[in-house]
Ligand binder design. Structure first.
Ligand code: F3S
Length: 754
């Protein structure tokens, strides 16, 4: 195993280290003396201290050494700003930055890209100069979506990657444990600190049978999301295995892993197989494929490996699914969908169909989608709904341009958007319906929370495979089932669409398209990083204050949030994306989407100093100005959604001390700790109901200790006696230091100085 194989074709001197991984694994194997899952093998082979590390699934905190870090442009700004404040000359772990989130879809790829390059100039300049300065690979706007680029260039079997985006698990399609983290975690690894992860549980999904017809890899995850729900994967890695795996393409496996983020899974994984080898070979990495074959025994689960939960799916019986609206786990098989549309009174007319995104823009996806469009056009009909195509990368775009699928989509009536996130992250200047108008759209994306795509809360967004998106787009209605229903051709004759088909990999290889990569220069000493002091989009960071060592008394509850409070509710995307590098400006979106339990409204809370109702950020600023710390009370799975650390930075910046909920989504909970906040949960979730939105609270912080509960004393607004509520937390020793020092970064800077 002691060969020298580069991790990627884009860098020199960063080798895949199967030998070291194997050694680490053997140490752990001797200690645990039981068969291991593949997920465990990857994690344990990346342990910082394989001899001494405590290992108990679901309990211990693993200290890990990831192979790589990747950041998208929206999250990279804050990550790099934070990295800069730690004062190091270059990143310690290979890192790349990808410009994909800031490009708004308006009129089509080329023009949208040119406009974005202009509008975002100072951000791109900052990223490009800081990447050059700190030895980071920079993928320019137009290069494609981070997860697609990672799969095409950086993912490898058995590797461990962290990325500042929740859909990082996409690289699981190449057998890599790729985990979405907050920018603060990325900063740790860029600065050579071990990265900490609570040892995940492992959920096994055993696939039998074979995919065929209209069923595609996407349907596996749509079905699994329906079974496990948005909370079901929390704290777990989902590991696919079984004979059904071989009927899936490598990129199809990527799709499944990508959308695994929707069930809250830490990541999802497939074992190394020949389909991955083929993909590596097609993307000019045969040497990695050969090396992986040598290490193949450890690139899958051991026989008899035990899962914390096991789901079995027979692919031969799996129907195509459509999930939504408003949540990705509301799964409906196509045979029941028409009925569901009628029963629930979802708007039947389909306004827009959107294919592509990081989830579903492989060559295979495009190929199959184009085959359906061609079939329709052969009968003289085209898309009835609006139709957009988002290629996942410049390489995919160039390849489908060369091979003809792109032309098919255009003839079919489609608009080809830039190689970027676009409508998936709300970067969509949608013009066909007005705000508030109920309507339906269907996409091959992964996420469909309210308002995500077009900021219209009345838009019913459904997610499904690209195949079904195209079929529905032809029919122009959600009440269409291509498996059973007919369409009317131009000649007036009824016909049924043919089942989609198309090769998974381009027979003539990939066309790389335009060169969109900027390698860091050899000599980086003369590079200076561009940040204007007058910028409204970028702001250098000031360290947060350390804890004063005292209990906090008489604090107001800024908002008692009720129901789903995702990171989109806490720190909205859309127009706010442009302030990602400017903490004070972006804080004006803090919690504006959260529903106030007091009045059932968003962004309308009572300021207890004035008695008036006002916007959430305005009230928080007023408390801060008056030196008053505050807390938030939240519901179940608070902070689900994305890895955005702004959702943690903003409350910290505006004077918040603690977020107290029934439960947290993992990434958000960690992000709050990193920024020096206290994420706490009710020991008895029913206590959520005992607290009124206008009560005041004391928090006995001096009780903070590993595994120890903390007391919240509640002073009811309606009068009467104060009462105590017991709170729990998941802080370990190291994390308590973060809180005491004011943030993880302060702790790091302190360690650097001493
Ligand atoms: Fe971008 Fe949407 Fe994927 S925002 S990274 S295309 S989930």
């Amino acid at each position: 195993l002691s060969r020298k194989v580069e991790m990627t074709n884009w860098e020199k001197g960063h080798y895949i280290n199967y030998k070291k991984m194997n050694e680490n694994l053997n140490i752990v194997r001797q200690r645990l003396n039981r068969p291991l899952t593949y997920a465990e093998k990857i994690l344990y082979s990346h342990l910082d201290d394989p001899h001494g590390q405590d290992i108990e699934r679901g309990k211990s905190y693993l200290k890990l050494r990831p192979d790589r870090v990747a950041c998208q442009d929206a999250t990279a700004q804050m990550a790099i700003l934070q990295f800069m404040s730690a004062g190091m000359p270059s990143v310690a772990t290979p890192t790349t930055v990808h410009c994909d989130h800031l490009i708004e879809a308006q009129v089509g790829g080329e023009k949208d890209l040119a406009r974005a390059t202009d509008i975002n100039k100072e951000v791109y300049d900052f990223l490009s100069t800081s990447c050059a300065k700190y030895n980071i690979g920079f993928w320019k706007p137009g290069s494609g979506i981070i997860h697609q680029i990672l799969l095409e260039n950086y993912a490898f079997p058995g590797g461990l990657l962290i990325g500042t985006d929740s859909h990082t698990p996409n690289a699981g399609g190449l057998g890599m444990a790729a985990i979405g983290v907050g920018g603060a975690d990325a900063v740790d690894v860029m600065a050579n600190l071990p990265w900490e992860l609570k040892a995940p549980k492992v959920i096994g999904v055993k696939l039998t049978g074979q995919l065929s017809g209209w069923t595609s890899p996407k349907d596996i995850i749509l079905k699994v999301a329906g079974i496990l729900t948005v909370k079901g994967g929390t704290g777990a890695i989902v590991e696919y295995h079984g004979p059904g795996v071989d009927s899936l393409s490598c990129t199809g496996m990527g799709t499944i892993c990508n959308m695994g983020a929707e069930i809250g899974a830490t990541t999802s994984l497939f074992p190394f197989n020949d389909r991955m080898y083929d993909y590596l070979a097609k993307t000019k990495r045969t040497e990695i494929g050969d090396y992986a074959r040598e290490y193949a025994r450890e690139l899958r689960e051991d026989e008899g490996a035990e899962y914390d939960e096991l789901i079995e799916l027979n692919l031969s019986e799996l129907e195509p699914h459509i999930n939504g609206p408003f949540t990705p786990d509301l799964a409906t098989p196509i045979s029941k969908f028409k009925e569901a549309v009628k029963e629930n009174k979802w708007p039947e007319e389909l306004k827009v169909g959107l294919i592509g995104s990081c989830t579903n823009s492989s060559y295979e996806d495009m190929n199959r989608a184009a085959s359906i469009a061609e079939d329709a056009m052969a009968h003289g009909i085209k898309a009835k709904s609006l139709f957009t195509v988002t290629p996942g990368s410049e390489q995919i775009r160039a390849t489908i341009e060369r091979d003809g699928q792109l032309k098919t989509f255009e003839e079919f009536g489609g608009m080809v958007l830039a190689n970027a996130c676009g409508p998936c992250i709300g970067q969509w200047a949608r013009a066909d319906v007005s705000k508030g108008e109920p309507n339906s759209i269907i996409s091959s994306y992964n996420r469909n929370f309210t308002g995500r795509n077009d900021a219209n809360p009345a838009t019913h967004a459904f997610v499904t495979s690209p195949d079904l998106v195209v079929a529905m787009t032809i029919a122009g209605t959600l009440a269409f089932n291509p498996l059973t229903d007919t369409l009317k051709g131009k000649d007036g004759k009824e016909f049924k669409l043919k089942e989609p088909s198309g090769a998974a990999l381009p027979p003539n290889g990939f066309d790389p398209g335009e060169d969109t990569y900027q390698a860091p220069p050899e000599d980086r000493s003369s590079v200076s990083v561009a940040v204007s002091p007058t910028s409204d989009r970028l702001q250098l960071l000031q360290p947060f204050e350390a804890w004063n060592g005292k209990d906090a008394e008489d604090m107001p509850i800024l908002i008692k949030a009720q129901g789903k409070t995702t990171t989109d509710h806490i720190s909205m995307a859309g127009p706010w994306l442009k302030y990602r590098g400017h903490l004070d400006n972006i804080s004006n979106n803090m919690l504006i989407g959260a529903i106030n339990s007091d009045n059932g409204e968003a962004n309308k809370i009572k300021n207890i100093l004035t008695g008036d109702y006002d916007a959430v950020p305005a009230v928080a600023r007023d408390y801060k100005k008056n030196g008053i710390k505050w807390v938030v009370v939240g519901d179940w799975n608070y902070g689900e959604g994305s890895s955005r650390e702004h959702a943690a930075l903003e409350p910290r910046h505006l004077g918040g001390l603690a977020i107290i909920t029934r439960s947290f989504a993992r990434i958000h909970e960690t992000n709050l700790k990193k920024q020096g906040m206290l994420p706490l949960t009710f020991s008895d979730p029913a206590d959520y109901d005992k607290i009124g939105p206008h009560d005041k609270v004391d928090l006995l912080i001096t009780e903070l200790g590993v595994g120890k509960p903390m007391t919240l004393r509640v002073h009811p607004a309606k009068g009467g006696d104060a009462f105590n509520v017991e709170l729990a937390h998941t802080f370990n020793e190291g994390q308590i230091e973060w809180f005491k020092n004011g943030s993880a970064l302060n702790t790091m800077a302190k360690a650097h100085k001493s």
